[in-house]
Design a protein around this ligand. Structure first.
Ligand code: SAM
Ligand code: SF4
Length: 337
């Protein structure tokens, strides 16, 4: 329902206006990436605690009235949700104070051959696809599944469906795939995709993350600069990735340097987990429940208040590297990356 009076936007105590919401559709996944999940998976969220598709859309409707203009669906693996196309179709019809919103999705790509075209028809703007290596055995070692050919087919399906730009995400890992950064960029350039590298964050299931072992933005750029001329692209805004034009552009490569060059100062993101908890940050130690409100038929104003409570508690930064930093108890797959 559109409020009669326009609600003020979601501004935190540091003046950051929140425009971007990540919704985790499920914590389940078809892969077991080593940096994200143990081989046996994690204790899954109870089915009864998971939001229904209608509950998710209701929460998003209120968020959009509060000025959210971009929604990204994630997980776990969002394409495992049986109603993903319907959810996209409903979300893309939402209109906020500044007009229609953009809906995109982050996926491991495995189900894109079947779903890319229906998702495009439902109004999805674009996809980010995770691909850490182009080597079949290494892909199997990283994800614990032999599915490289399915991901490559998923990229082609997204491209053919017009889900542009097709962005590819790789977590850079020392001694595992860091020698592949140039190959991955070359592959992306050959296919018209946009490659992005992510610094590994302390969100691993075993809590074994070690900053000294992490592949840094500097190292990734140094490897790429052996082959390409890179120039920073201006106009980054609140985007997590810093983009670099390749050989003058227009092709580019992005680096998400969450650890060595945090972008918390311009963060405009909040998250809704599949079990109805609002999180102001990937690394939040607290959550604001909206599931009970949704199930108690709370009105839009009460839901809006929950969004404000969540944002009011947002810290200035994630604090990785500070003595007080605590890795979140929720695994990445249950937060929504
Ligand atoms: N299953 C989908 C996928 O893999 O794209 C969406 C969820 S996944 C949690 C979202 C993104 O988070 C992926 O690009 C994945 O590589 C990234 N990710 C997972 N664990 C990470 C970690 N510890 N550090 C950095 N990125 C991570
Ligand atoms: Fe699944 Fe994505 Fe986590 Fe890999 S990174 S295990 S694909 S949720």
């Amino acid at each position: 329902m559109t409020p009669e009076v326009e609600w003020p936007p979601l501004v935190d105590k540091f003046g950051r206006v929140h425009r971007d919401m990540r919704i985790s559709l499920t914590d389940r996944c078809s892969l077991r990436c080593t940096y994200c999940m143990p081989a046996e998976g994690v204790p899954w969220l109870a089915g009864s605690s998971m939001l229904s598709a209608d509950e998710m859309v209701r929460a998003a409707t209120v968020a959009v009235q509060l000025g959210i203009t971009k929604i990204r669906l994630t997980g776990g693996e969002p394409l495992l949700h049986p109603d993903v196309v319907t959810i996209v179709s409903k979300l893309t019809k939402l209109t906020g104070p500044s007009g229609p919103i953009e809906v995109s999705l982050t996926t491991n790509g495995l189900r894109l051959p079947a779903l890319a075209a229906p998702l495009k028809d439902a109004g999805l703007s674009r996809v980010n696809i995770s691909i850490d290596t182009l080597d079949r055995e290494r892909y199997q070692a990283i994800t614990r599944r032999d599915r490289l050919t399915d991901v490559i087919a998923g990229m082609a399906a997204a491209d053919a469906a017009g889900l542009h730009p097709v962005k590819l995400n790789a977590v850079a890992m020392r001694g595992i795939n860091d020698h592949e950064v140039v190959n991955l960029v070359t592959f992306a350039l050959d296919h018209g995709y946009h490659m992005r590298f992510i610094e590994q964050m302390p969100l691993d299931p075993g809590h074994t993350w070690d900053r000294s072992q992490m592949v840094t933005q500097e190292e990734i750029l140094a490897s790429l600069r052996e082959v390409y001329e890179l120039t920073p692209e201006p106009g980054r805004g609140a985007m997590p990735a810093e983009n670099f034009l390749i050989n003058g552009g227009p092709a580019k490569v992005g680096i998400i340097a969450s650890v060595t060059a945090p972008f918390c100062g311009s963060c405009d993101r909040l998250r809704l987990t599949a079990d109805g908890q609002l999180r102001a940050c990937l690394f939040s130690e607290t959550e604001t429940d909206i599931r009970d409100l949704l199930r108690a038929d709370a009105d839009d104003a009460a839901l809006a208040e929950a969004f404000r409570t969540c944002i009011a508690g947002k810290k200035a930064g994630h604090g990785i590297g500070e003595p007080t930093f605590v890795q979140p108890s929720r695994p990445m797959s249950a937060i929504g990356g």
